[in-house]
Write a protein that binds this ligand. Structure first.
Ligand code: PGA
Length: 250
């Protein structure tokens, strides 16, 4: 299984900045080891420029940060999986905690998006994670279980492993500089692995589980060597090619 090293640029970068960052990243990763794969989730407005900057780079994939579960229609402000594919995406993020918290996305709606995007031929990184309040009140396992169950509700149990990944991102570690410790990461990733193995009997073992939340060049190496950690999803430290390439090569 290849490690999946993913960049989430959130609402950052003009087209020119995005394309220049990506070109620097391609150059910095020319010697990337064969056991790594990269996905970059850019704002919608930068996708086309980024697709041009990437050219035929099979080991760096492009992704949208969100999609709407319909082919087309009267959904002002939204973007369909078919549109993402049209602009060169092979990936999409679903269930990011910012979408859940700021835009009120329910676990069930996240599930609709996940199933629809997979059926549309995109690969998925489904994000899950607990708030500090949920962790402190002993709800970690229940929260993750519900997010995974509802987030994957419409997905067939024969889904091939390379197209479906989870990202465990504790909400309290996102953008805060407070990275989860090895014990916390191991516990959550073991819960996610057990769920995947039960839900996808043939492929669950081989599905990737990423960690996200204040990943930096300084801590990435330790994190990706933990059991059941198969990559990282990086926000702030992915905005510069120099720091993200150090993470990818960690
Ligand atoms: P961060 O964000 O690396 O800035 O903490 C991670 C994410 O939200 O995906």
């Amino acid at each position: 299984m290849k490690l999946l090293m993913a960049a989430n640029w959130k609402m950052h970068k003009t087209r020119a900045d995005a394309a220049a960052t990506l070109s620097r990243l391609v150059a910095a990763l020319s010697g990337m080891p064969a056991d790594r794969e990269v996905a970059v989730f850019t704002p919608f407005t930068a996708l086309s420029a980024c697709a041009d900057a990437l050219g035929e780079s099979p080991r760096i994939g492009l992704g949208g940060q969100n999609c709407y579960p319909a082919q087309e229609g009267a959904f002002t402000g939204e973007c369909s999986p078919a549109m993402l594919r049209d602009v060169g995406c092979t990936w999409v993020l679903t269930g990011h905690s910012e979408r859940r918290a700021i835009f009120g996305e329910s676990a069930a709606f996240v599930g609709q998006k996940t199933a629809f995007a997979l059926a549309s031929g995109l690969k998925i990184v489904l994000c899950i994670g607990e708030t500090l309040e949920e962790r402190d009140s002993g709800q970690l396992a229940a929260v993750l279980e519900r997010q995974m169950r509802e987030g994957l509700a419409g997905v067939g149990d024969d889904m091939p492993a390379p197209v479906l990944s989870l990202a465990y991102e504790p909400v309290w570690a996102i953008g805060t500089g407070r990275v989860a410790g090895p014990k916390e990461i191991l516990e959550a990733h073991a819960l996610a692995r057990a769920f995947l193995e039960k839900r996808f009997p043939a492929q669950g073992k081989a599905m990737r589980i990423l960690y996200g939340g204040s990943v930096k060049p300084e801590n990435a190496g330790e994190i990706i060597r933990l059991d059941n950690v198969n990559g990282v999803l990086v926000g702030g430290a992915s905005l510069q090619a120099e720091s993200f390439s150090r993470i990818v090569l960690a």
